[in-house]
Design a protein around this ligand. Sequence first.
Ligand code: F6P
Length: 537
Amino acid sequence: MARTTALNAAWQRLQAEAERLRHRSLHALFETDPQRSARFARQALGFYVDFSRQLIDDEALKHLLALAEAADVAGAREALFTGAPVNVTENRPALHTALRQQTDAPVLVDGEDVIPAIRAQQRRMGKLVARLHAGQWRGYSGRAITDVVHLGVGGSDLGPQLVVDALKEFRHPHCNVGLHFVANLDGGELARTLARLNPETTLFVVTSKTFTTVDTLTNAASALAWLEVASGLPAAELKRLHFIGISAAAERVDEWGIPADHQLRFWAWVGGRYSLWSTVGFAIALWLGMEGFTQLLAGAAAMDDHYRTAPAEENLPLLLALIDVWNHNLLGAHAHAVLPYDARLALLPRYLAQLEMESNGKSVQRDGTPVTRHTAAVLWGETGPTAQHAFYQLLHQGTETIWCDFITAVRADEWALPDVKAHQRLNLANCLAQAQALAFGADHPDPHRRYPGNRPSTLLLMDALSPWQLGALLALYEHKVHASAVIWNINPFDQWGVELGKRIAGELCTQLEKTEDGTEDSSLAPLLNHIRQVMRT
Ligand code: F6P
């Protein structure tokens, strides 16, 4: 009761703050406070986070921090890190932080320390990686594996794919295999990939927490059929030679036929979209080597420590969460753009879209009662330089206010170009220019050429991109999502909203097996009959 009262009071104060600031301009805020740009910036763990172009001031920030306190973000954080069953609808913890813990300090789930099991799986993963690095994994014809195809979708795909793509240049010198990702179930993505590969030397890594996901299992079945046609060997033999299975449901992987020594495990208490730190990150470990993978985990662990211990006013994940709450709940903006000025982070926006929208796209609170405020906003994005020539028009002059995260690495000297500094300067100049243009706008007698300004953004600069820094960046956003969920009093660790579509798809698949016109319900019959007709021709 006291908590509810404190929370309501904090929201009320913030409402008043928002009314006060809504009509102020960023221009005026900077003019009246020459220190603003430094005071609303924080440095930690290789990040420089500048949120001075958010429409807040000291008073508003003070009340945002009070909201976090009233919501007991600190208490919820401890519950998360110590393995309390924070995923209330599935009655289990969400212990992705244990996967990257750098010490062997016990973490208990149902009274059992999970760290030894994590270490055992990491060692097993290391052995499989070493075997591939040494060219000692042989396919059905006796030739060494040259290509690895990661089959997975959602959390079993987006994280590993992002990290491998972002850290291409960090390839381990012994990693001489081609690495491919197939997630979509349309058949085209798999067919295009297989067309470039030799079945004799291709290994498939079937990655699925539940090992029931139809997308991944369909692609795995097609991959197996491709091997069968090429080799003429029985499926059981090919499953033994050409597949690794990664799952939290070992019995289903057994059933599918992948031998135990080619299986890697993780656990129900690792959420899918938080799983890249587990054996789901096998592709990452293959690409970077175990040393590089460990660096990624260490960066994330450093951010865990920061989230858990840094004072609220310095706490990067918490501050980013409060900025979201401020824009979304108090200033009424409903979309959030993530704009990396570093093409290595091209896959970051879609990874964050899952992380944020699958976690926090909820309409009921932890106890099942309706939420009283908006939860996750729409998050999308694209690399900044590409987006400048595509949708920035709307960011600058559209009718919606969209808050933006500009993300880049300051040092990018590694590129082998004659004048890399020129690229670097131009890239940084563009990134900063967009933040300035959005914030301050520009007047013009012609309304078509006028920029209203006052459009909020945050700049996240990293000194350089490395496995460690990327680990810290992803953990920063994970914890931001957690802190926002606590403030909204929702459970970020379930995703019931994705189930209905899966069930209906199953039913429709059966309907589409019929080749003759059917008499399904009126919402579907004409559509299905049209599809059947096209399929018949
Ligand atoms: O359908 C959504 C989802 O369950 C995600 O939460 C998950 O990351 C993805 O599907 C893949 O699930 P799995 O790893 O069990 O195949």
